[in-house]
Design a protein around this ligand. Structure first.
Ligand code: OGA
Ligand code: MN
Length: 281
């Protein structure tokens, strides 16, 4: 079967057209989809009718399905009836409490689970209900950000580790929306991708706190300049969701953010992940 592929933006993203993910596909097709994903960093499949169980099976095409990192105590009510490893991202409320995580509004750029020792390599997000406007998700290519980084930002950070901290639920740094549960880790500022061998920017505005062995007075302006560079619009694809969209992204070489959306409208997405390794030091 030949796949029809369409670029989403000049520097990032591909849509795989004319494929029904409810159907089984042979190993060659799955290998080809994986190749296109490694080249394009994010993949889009539109118009899919996926049950939660089928989403987990499709997630398995990309590796071993990841478990939820957030401690059980801080999981919301909507998770009780879902397959293990599936998370709801939703502002829908029952008895005044959100049934899902990351419920409301804008979210700063971040790499999923950069705060963990072994971050999950991929995330898949499937749109069940979307608001009439807003809530777009933005994806920035970390390879092109690295390759175009001015030397005065790159050189002092090359070979260094950064320190990441995340209180689960935080949408904007310091917003007090997070839970008391957190996770922390150190990883290279520029990450070498396990499969492509290419280097990508691996720090972000939401979760990165500092650079190991560097004074905060030196690190803060360097990181701020690096975030501004990495978030530049020429590295970004902005996705306007439609119900039935499945997006898959590579957390090793991209970061993502979410735009604001009306709190009076429902947004419901199902999220799964694929486990990964710690980046090579
Ligand atoms: C996530 C995430 C963005 C969105 O699920 O990790 O960042 O658009 N979601 O809801
Ligand atoms: Mn995320």
């Amino acid at each position: 079967m030949a796949l029809t592929v369409r670029k989403l933006a000049p520097n990032i993203g591909a849509e795989i057209c004319d494929i029904d993910l409810q159907q089984d596909h042979d190993a060659e097709v799955i290998a080809e989809i994986n190749r296109i994903w490694l080249d394009s960093v994010i993949l889009l499949f539109r118009g899919q009718e996926l049950t939660p169980e089928r989403q987990v099976e499709v997630t398995g095409w990309f590796g071993e399905v990841g478990n939820l990192a957030r401690p059980k105590k801080y999981r919301t009510s909507g998770h009780n009836d879902l397959p293990p490893g599936m998370m709801l991202i939703s502002n829908v409320r029952e008895n005044g409490k959100p049934i899902g995580n990351l419920p409301d509004g804008e979210m700063m750029f971040h790499h999923d689970m950069i705060h963990a020792r072994e971050p999950h390599k991929a995330t898949l997000l499937y749109a069940v209900e979307i608001p009439s406007y807003g809530g777009n998700t933005l994806f920035a290519n970390g390879y092109t950000a690295y390759e175009t980084l001015p030397d005065e930002i790159r050189e002092p950070l090359e070979g260094r580790l950064a320190f990441h901290h995340y209180n689960y639920g935080t949408l904007r740094k310091g917003d007090n929306e997070g839970t008391p549960a957190f996770s922390e880790a150190e990883h290279p500022v520029f990450r070498t991708h396990d499969d492509t061998g290419r280097k990508a920017v691996y720090v972000n505005r939401l979760m990165t706190e500092g650079v190991v062995g560097m004074d905060q007075e030196e690190a803060s302006p360097l990181l701020a300049a690096l975030f501004d560079h990495a978030e530049r619009s020429e590295f970004v694809y902005e996705h306007e969701w439609a119900v039935g969209d499945l997006l898959l992204w590579d957390n090793r070489c991209s970061m993502h953010a979410r735009r604001d959306f009306p709190g009076t409208e429902r947004r419901l997405m199902r999220r799964t992940t694929v486990i990964g390794n710690g980046p090579p030091a």
